[in-house]
Design a binder for this molecule. Structure first.
Ligand SMILES: Cc1cc2nc3c(=O)[nH]c(=O)nc-3n(C[C@H](O)[C@H](O)[C@H](O)COP(=O)(O)OP(=O)(O)OC[C@H]3O[C@@H](n4cnc5c(N)ncnc54)[C@H](O)[C@@H]3O)c2cc1C
Length: 397
């Protein structure tokens, strides 16, 4: 067993680290998309637009895709290294996740025409996308979705509602899951559409998050016409696309761990240089114990992630493993946020607007944002159900 990266991979890692050091402001706190206040989110969006153009100029959006679709045909390991460094620094990552969650689905299921039309703008960092899966009565039970698509001439006509669409208010396009046949078992009547969000009949309503900012939206479709050439994959075979996208997103559990590692390191530094009632925090037995425990958990997660990445590179199935990463990463982030709050005390409740904030207010953001980390991309309970079924061979509950 050889855990080392190759020389070429280490060189690439260094290149990404240097790029991030140059591109991020010196006082960069890091992105926690679920924890910023309204104004910061708007500023963050503007910065994200700049960053995605820079990432695109490096050829790092769609890094592994074929060249004819705007990719670099790079090995998968480079993609993993890029993700790790971006998440570790808390750099804007939405363009990267869109390339994976949406671009990879188009690459896997799209027609030649769709790949040539939709992938290059993603690789150039131009087109912004959102995912339209969830509905008020279709979250964990995604197959229950009711947004209806009916055929009319050369179009499908969409009617219904989506909810929790992250970033839809900035997006140009949506990968939308709709019901095309209501008379068959629910998994067999779903189709996927690539929808221009400027189409007449689409309205959007903001949903403020518990952290008080605007990241989510409800979208309403009223007789929205989508050309038939925008059907992704076969009609009524959309469940396969959904599973592909959901399991891709499950792998993002590792992203949570990379992100948490940086917060952890900053907390350790804080304890090494901060005194409370005349005693260095790092000498407090309880704090030392908790930090050491967290170090173990991060190391375990990191190695689990590396193993799963290796399995993916070797072409092995990683569905159950990706489902392990998601609850592991989400729970760890929540435990780290709690630990951070205990260490910072009342300072932990302040964000970067306060002169009394510690660590740039990032622990407050992590504390609020990490609540969503065991829900987004499918809840922990759903991930564990998949592990029970796929890895342990237990019958459906
Ligand atoms: C930060 C964030 C971003 C999101 N972004 C998007 C997006 O961009 N696009 C999009 O389409 N959706 C998005 N979502 C929605 C997300 O996919 C759903 O919230 C998630 O799938 C859970 O669905 P739900 O909220 O309807 O909860 P429900 O499905 O109603 O679940 C409620 C509770 O019941 C439990 N439960 C449900 N079924 C079972 C079961 N069979 N066994 C055991 N427990 C069960 C769940 O685990 C949960 O605890 C986002 C969510 C979050 C938090």
């Amino acid at each position: 067993m050889d855990f080392r990266f190759t020389k070429e991979e280490e060189t690439f890692r260094k290149e990404v680290q240097d790029f991030l050091a140059e591109s991020l402001p010196a006082d960069w706190v890091g992105v926690d998309p679920d924890g910023h206040h309204e104004q910061a989110i708007e500023e963050l969006h503007q910065f994200d637009l700049k960053m995605r153009r820079k990432l695109a100029a490096k050829g790092w959006l769609g890094l592994t895709w074929p060249k004819e679709y705007g990719g670099q045909e790079a090995p998968l390991m480079k993609q993993f290294i890029l993700e790790e460094e971006i998440m570790y620094r808390g750099a804007p990552w939405w363009a990267l996740s869109a390339a994976l969650m949406i671009g990879d689905s188009i690459l896997q299921f799209g027609t030649e025409e769709q790949k040539r039309r939709f992938l290059p703008p993603i690789a150039r960092g131009e087109a912004q996308w959102t995912v339209g899966m969830s509905e008020p009565n279709a979250g964990s039970d995604l197959a229950n979705l009711q947004l209806r698509a009916t055929e009319e001439g050369d179009c499908f006509v969409l009617n219904g509602q989506k909810i929790w669409q992250t970033g839809a208010h900035y997006a140009d396009w949506c990968i939308l899951y709709a019901r095309t046949d209501p008379d068959v078992p629910k998994h067999r009547g779903i189709s996927v559409f690539l929808v221009d969000l400027k189409s007449p009949g689409i309205t959007m309503r903001r949903i403020p998050s518990m952290a008080g900012h605007h990241a989510f939206n409800e979208t309403f479709y009223d007789n929205v016409r989508v050309p038939k050439e925008n059907l992704l994959g076969e009609k009524n075979k959309g469940w396969g696309v959904a599973l592909f996208a959901v399991y891709t997103e499950k792998g993002f559990g590792l992203w949570l761990l990379h992100n948490a590692r940086r917060d952890f390191e900053l907390l350790v530094e804080y304890c090494k240089e901060t005194y409370l009632n005349g005693q260095l925090l790092a000498k407090d037995h309880l704090i030392r114990d908790k930090l050491a425990q967290m170090a173990i958990e991060l190391e375990v997660g990191h190695n689990l992630g590396n193993r799963i990445n290796w399995m993916a590179i070797e072409g092995m199935p990683v569905v159950a493993q990706a489902c392990q990463l998601r609850p592991y990463g989400g729970n760890l982030a929540q435990r780290l946020a709690n630990l951070g709050m205990q260490i910072l005390g009342l300072y932990g409740q302040l964000d970067e607007k306060s002169k009394w904030a510690r660590l740039g207010g990032r622990i407050k953001h992590l504390y609020l944002g990490s609540v969503a980390m065991t829900i987004e991309g499918g809840t922990n309970e759903v991930s564990r159900n998949t592990i029970a079924r796929v890895a342990l061979g237990l019958p459906r509950g």
